[in-house]
Design a protein around this ligand. Structure first.
Ligand code: XMP
Length: 517
């Protein structure tokens, strides 16, 4: 792999994604990974990421100079560029001038291997206080900016290069090309990380891990579990059983999507557990959001556990055993849990498919190395329908946390009808890719006076919560066109008798979370 050393900015994962976009596999490692460990992993190249520190600071993370004697190609970015400079005997200075944002890069001479043939002046994204004033011995300076004479250098014969700017962000329009040139031309890495190679390698690894034993997977209807299951199905066929728990908190059509479309696309062996009454029974009288989450999480595990036991019993009769549980863990979760960040739990997220404690399973996690966009591409490669592959996020506790107040069958029906209209109209307006998700929330304990069809009504409001986001950590409210809002509002108030008002939530996150509960 190409190892991206994380100096503590948010950029490391983005760099890893950009490396992969050049069809080369990459992973993020913490900055205190010892050189010996890096060498042991035999990387095709190392990229030193940006970071918030100054190389002058006492506790600044450093690059161990021995890295440059290993023969591994190294590319430094921003802070990594400066750390590389100091480790190799160049000079980094506090110039007192910082560059932040869009900056004009001017190419020196021919531009070297990294910048040759790119426009002599082009915009790049900068974000730094210190500057490199003298490149290390033996390096050619290939670009500068008004305030930074050394904005890029290289020693291609040694496989070393660096840039002061951030090539990984979209504000550096030639950045991806520069990264590609480092990896393909300077480091000489052959690109082979393609969607079909991902599928091929993953399928082989699953076969190797599972052998002729059996696996079970909980399908949630979401992208991750669907793609994970499809990969495992491709690898071991009928040795996989998928379980879909219908807890009655799903949106209109979701069960059918799994039962019909997913099965048609994959040929997976599916068990559908109808647990609607059980969940509604447990949720009766409960209005507290965290309480609802706990109940849904707990009942989900119990239901799934039972299905797993049944499947195990069946397999046992056939003299086999279910040994593996398939989970849709993604690469960012792996990095983040390894990174040990102290992020506080704002809501207790319920991971569908949580591991039942007293059932002994090995884990199969076919998406552990993948970013979300790669998961989607793999899904398409495996022939999953667009409706599943591009489905917007939907919380595990489902509509239970979109009914403010107690959850009842009647209220679920009302919300499902309103939600389905909103989704239909957003799709028809071609807005699915512009919005991250659009929860529709039923204020079940609020009533207001209206007039519908000549009569006074005393109905409930729904809230539309359209948001735009990159990763759900922060979000902005989406400026939906008025005509679309009008259609949604008219249709909901006409077609859903219990609802007499449609409102829009125009709060960003923070301070508002995406879901209302
Ligand atoms: P919030 O409301 O925290 O939501 O801004 C961020 C993202 O997470 C989803 N979400 C959940 N997903 N179980 C889940 O699987 C949960 O309990 C849960 N709560 C929120 C939410 O839809 C949004 O995409």
């Amino acid at each position: 792999p190409v190892l991206v050393v994380d100096y503590g900015a948010q950029y490391a994962q983005l760099i890893a994604r950009r490396v992969r976009e050049t069809q080369i596999y990459s992973e993020v490692v913490p900055h205190d990974t010892p050189v010996d460990e890096i060498v042991r992993r035999d990387p095709a190249a190392v990229v030193l990421s940006g970071g918030p520190a100054s190389v002058y600071a006492e506790d600044a993370p450093r690059v161990d100079g021995r890295l440059f004697d290993t023969g591994i190609p190294v590319f430094g970015i921003c802070y990594g560029f400066q750390a590389m400079t100091s480790a190799l005997g160049g000079t980094v200075e506090h110039t007192g001038v910082s560059e932040y944002g869009r900056t004009d890069l001017s190419i020196t001479g021919q531009g070297g291997a990294l910048h040759e043939d790119l426009p002599g002046h082009h915009p790049v994204w900068m974000s730094h206080g210190d500057s490199v004033s003298k490149a290390p011995e033996g390096f050619t300076v290939t670009a500068g900016s008004r305030d930074t004479p050394v904005a890029a250098f290289e020693a291609p014969e040694r496989g070393l290069a660096g840039v002061q700017y951030h090539p990984e962000v979209a504000h550096s329009p030639h950045g991806q090309e520069v990264l590609r040139r480092f990896l393909h031309d300077i480091a000489g890495i052959r690109p082979r990380w393609t969607t079909s190679s991902i599928v091929e390698d993953t399928v082989a690894a699953i076969r190797e891990q599972v052998g002729d034993r059996r696996a079970i997977c909980a399908l949630s209807g979401g992208v991750d579990s669907a793609v994970a299951a499809a990969l495992v199905q491709r690898a071991i066929g009928d040795q996989l059983t998928c379980v879909f728990v219908d807890h009655g908190l799903l949106r209109a059509g979701e069960r059918a999507q799994v039962e019909r479309d997913f099965v048609a696309a994959t040929g997976v062996r599916l068990v559908v557990v109808d647990a609607v009454d059980r969940f509604l029974g447990e949720l009766a009288g409960v209005a507290d959001p965290e309480e609802k989450r706990k109940i849904v999480g707990r009942e989900f595990i119990r239901t799934f556990e039972q299905a797993a036991r049944d499947s195990q019993a069946e397999a046992g009769e056939a003299g086999e055993q279910v040994d593996f549980l398939v989970q849709g863990t993604l690469y960012p979760d792996v990095v983040e849990s390894g990174g040990g960040s102290g992020a506080s739990t704002i809501k207790s997220h319920h991971n569908v498919g949580g591991l039942p404690e007293d059932l002994q399973f090995g884990l199969v996690e076919p998406l552990r190395a993948l970013f979300k966009d790669e998961v989607r591409r793999v899904g398409l490669e495996l022939g999953l329908p667009e409706t599943i592959v591009h489905r917007q996020p939907f919380p595990g506790p489902g509509l239970a946390i979109r009914i403010i107040g107690e959850v009842t069958a009647q209220r679920l029906e009302t919300l499902r009808a309103a939600d389905s209209i909103a989704r239909e109209e957003l799709t028809a307006a071609g807005l699915d890719r512009d919005i991250w998700q659009c929860p529709v929330v039923l204020l079940a304990d609020v009533q207001s006076v209206g007039v519908q069809g000549d009569g006074r009504t005393y109905g409930h409001p729904v809230v539309l919560r359209p948001v735009s986001s990159e990763d759900a950590m922060t979000a902005d409210w989406t400026r939906l066109p008025y005509e679309v809002l009008e259609r949604v509002s008219t249709r909901i108030t006409n077609e859903v008798p219990e609802i007499n008002r449609v409102t829009v939530d125009v709060t960003s996150k923070p301070p508002g979370t995406i879901e209302w509960e």
